[in-house]
Write a protein that binds this ligand. Structure first.
Ligand SMILES: C[S@@+](CC[C@H](N)C(=O)[O-])C[C@H]1O[C@@H](n2cnc3c(N)ncnc32)[C@H](O)[C@@H]1O
Length: 350
């Protein structure tokens, strides 16, 4: 068994990996979408800026959140989007100290061009998208080779994070854990190790479950795990699970589908059940403000990365809170923090 007592924090390395996506947003926002020029004359409402940019909601949110996290844009007290003093000096064509040409050199790179196309199309384009809808075409999640690589990659991150998750979550009163899109199952396995009376069901596609079976056998807990090949959008809870874990899954889907997923699982909870969301949260925005968060910067970068490979993005804390409360759950005020910007938020059924 792995010794997890002295794992070094993976956060910085993951931040460094994802930072490239924020650079891509900076170049895209300075060249093709040119917010420096659009906002030089003064602030604009989010909707009119979005219209001028020609972007769908998700693309605009990801781009503008990235630029706010980079401190070149901000939302002012009147809820208008404007250049910061820094943004004015470095991105406005009228500023003698602008870096537009220099930043614009980045647009020669293929990665930036791909990001621009994705922003324009609000989709991962012709690339692989890591989602599954039973009424859509074939999914990369059902391609054995791609899915196996994705699952083992997710497992690598989970090995670094799961011990902290098990430390933070008190599931001593729970009987059965449902790990939604649990993939490799490492979060379940770590929780099973900590709570000997707990059982788990991991729902995923066929290939990830093969990996989960392998890891469960290695951990010696196969007899307490059910591996369920299904579609999470339509899954019916037959195990009477009283705790549902949604780890790094909602961010793969559009806000509409993420909300539906939370409602779908909340509606199947027994009394005193709970849903636990584990994900990287963007900071909340004030009520009535445009949907543009200020960061944290590494999560804004991660959001741009997710935007490039699936249908979702990182959601804000207030968005996750409203997903849980709109599903009829009472939201815990405490948010647990784990490495790699992981946040744990729980909603309880009554
Ligand atoms: C980003 S991975 C997260 C895996 C794991 N929960 C973690 O935190 O490392 C998303 C997982 O959800 C699964 N998944 C996505 N959509 C699904 C669907 N519609 N039905 C079943 N599994 C799905 C994927 O196969 C993948 O294993």
């Amino acid at each position: 068994m792995l010794n997890t007592d002295s794992i070094l924090d993976p956060t910085q390395l993951l931040d460094d990996l994802r930072a490239a996506y924020l650079s891509q947003l900076l170049v895209a926002g300075t060249t093709r979408f040119d917010v420096g020029k659009l906002l030089t004359a003064g602030p604009l409402s989010y909707e009119s800026l979005r219209e001028k940019l020609g972007l769908q909601e998700r693309s605009a949110t990801v781009l503008l959140t990235g630029l706010c996290a980079l401190n070149v844009l901000q939302v002012n007290q009147d809820n208008l989007v404007e250049l910061t003093a820094y943004g004015q000096e470095k991105l406005s064509p009228e500023s003698p100290f602008n870096l537009r040409g220099y930043i614009g050199l980045g647009a020669l790179g293929a990665d930036v061009q791909m990001m621009i196309t994705r922003l324009e199309q609000d989709s991962p384009g012709g690339d692989i998208s890591f989602v599954y809808h039973d009424d859509a075409g074939p999914s990369a999640l059902d391609d054995p080779e791609i899915s196996d690589a994705l699952t083992r990659a997710m497992a690598a991150r989970a090995r670094n994070v799961a011990p902290a998750v098990a430390q933070q979550l008190d599931l001593s009163s729970c009987r059965h854990l449902l790990d939604v899109g649990g993939g490799h199952g490492i979060y379940s396995l770590e929780l099973l190790k900590k709570f000997p009376n707990l059982k788990a069901t991991i729902i995923d596609r066929e290939s990830p479950l093969k990996v989960a079976k392998e890891y469960a056998a290695e951990a010696g807990v196969s007899d307490r795990v059910e591996f369920c090949f299904d579609d999470i959008h339509t899954y019916q809870n037959q195990s009477e699970a009283d705790v549902v874990l949604m780890a790094n899954i909602l961010h793969d889907y559009s806000e509409q589908h993420a909300r539906k997923l939370v409602k779908h699982f909340a509606s199947q909870l027994p009394a005193q059940g709970r849903i636990v969301i584990l994900d990287a949260f963007l900071d909340s925005i004030p009520e009535g403000a445009p949907p543009v968060s200020t960061g944290p910067r590494p999560v804004a970068a991660y959001s741009a990365m997710l935007f490039s490979v699936c249908e979702g993005r990182c959601y804000r804390l207030d968005e996750y809170q409203s997903m849980l409360s709109d599903a009829g759950l009472k939201v815990d005020e405490n948010v647990g923090l784990v490495p790699a910007h992981g946040c744990l938020l729980t909603g309880f059924s009554s």
